[in-house]
Design a protein around this ligand. Structure first.
Ligand SMILES: Nc1ncnc2c1ncn2[C@@H]1O[C@H](COP(=O)(O)OP(=O)(O)OP(=O)(O)O)[C@@H](O)[C@H]1O
Length: 269
């Protein structure tokens, strides 16, 4: 008979990874973007995906959330295929992650309130009183007030747009947050504030994060693990210190920027 602690450990060990990318290859016409990529991300991890321009980072994020089918291989979220044939399975998987993509951050014709309420209304399960209460909670989580709810997206600063998009991504209490360049277009102070907000919420709510970023401060502030995409594959994957130890031209160039000393110091501390 196994000890009670052993049973608990076994059940944790059997949890499927939150993201399971298996043998993914991507082609657009003759261009090969990914070649046989496999990558698993476990609960609570915060993975930063880095790579040169055009290396296929956003494409991989689109495949993770099921917006694009890989040419070969499969992406599973929470143990289920994101492109499952059964629409009920797809819907259930869809409700377990939130995303914040660079393009189309908010619906410009809807108020802040209605943007955040949108995924809640889509469920067709909640009455308007409950939706109202949830929207207020999400506004507060994103450090916004009820008054912000009345504004239209065009009336918001860049930082506020990001916060509203984050509030909307968190509306359904996702277990996974997918972020494409979350701090792009923000000045360093706003960027640092947004990174801090995501970190605080992740500590409170425990969601898993996968993020694409070019910004070293964002990477250092958020990622507990880094994967580098180059030559159509993952050429480095691990802690920042482990990635820095990989001898690959992209890794050397990427971290040989003006930020390199800070990155190396923080990673190796
Ligand atoms: N739908 C598509 N049809 C054809 N080619 C595409 C499509 N989507 C992306 N590509 C091409 O695939 C390559 C990878 O694009 P992707 O946007 O994933 O790169 P990225 O690493 O995110 O780049 P960046 O850092 O510049 O945003 C690019 O050459 C792009 O032009």
């Amino acid at each position: 008979m196994s000890a009670p602690g052993k049973v608990a450990e076994d059940s944790v060990a059997k949890q499927p990874p939150v993201i399971d990318i298996r043998g993914v290859s991507t082609r657009f016409g003759k261009a090969v973007i990914h070649r046989d990529i496999s990558l698993q991300v476990g609960p609570g991890e915060m993975l930063g995906l880095v790579g040169g321009s055009g290396s296929g980072k956003t494409t991989l994020l689109r495949e993770i959330v099921g917006l694009l089918a890989p040419s070969a291989g499969e992406v599973r979220l929470f143990g289920q295929s994101v492109l499952a044939a059964d629409p009920e399975v797809r819907r259930a998987v869809r409700q377990r992650f939130g995303m914040l993509f660079q393009q189309g951050a908010l619906f410009s014709a809807l108020s802040v309130y209605d943007n955040i309420a949108f995924p809640l209304r889509e469920l067709r399960l909640l009455d308007e009183d409950l939706i109202h209460d949830i929207v207020q909670v999400k506004l507060a989580m994103a450090e916004l007030t009820a008054a912000h709810g009345k504004l239209m997206p065009a009336e918001l600063s860049g930082g506020m747009v990001k916060r509203v998009a984050l509030a909307r991504a968190l509306a359904l209490e996702p277990e996974l947050l997918v972020l494409d360049e979350p701090t792009a277009g923000l000045d360093p102070d706003r960027s640092a504030g947004f990174v801090k907000l995501i970190c605080t919420l992740q500590k409170e709510l425990g969601f898993t994060v996968v993020m694409v970023t070019h910004d070293m401060d964002t990477l250092l502030g958020l990622a507990t693990r880094v994967a580098a995409l180059a030559d159509q594959r993952i050429v480095a994957d691990g802690t920042m210190a482990e990635v820095l130890a990989v001898d690959h031209p992209f890794v050397r160039n990427c971290f040989a920027s003006r930020h390199a000393p800070a990155v190396v110091d923080k990673a190796l501390r």
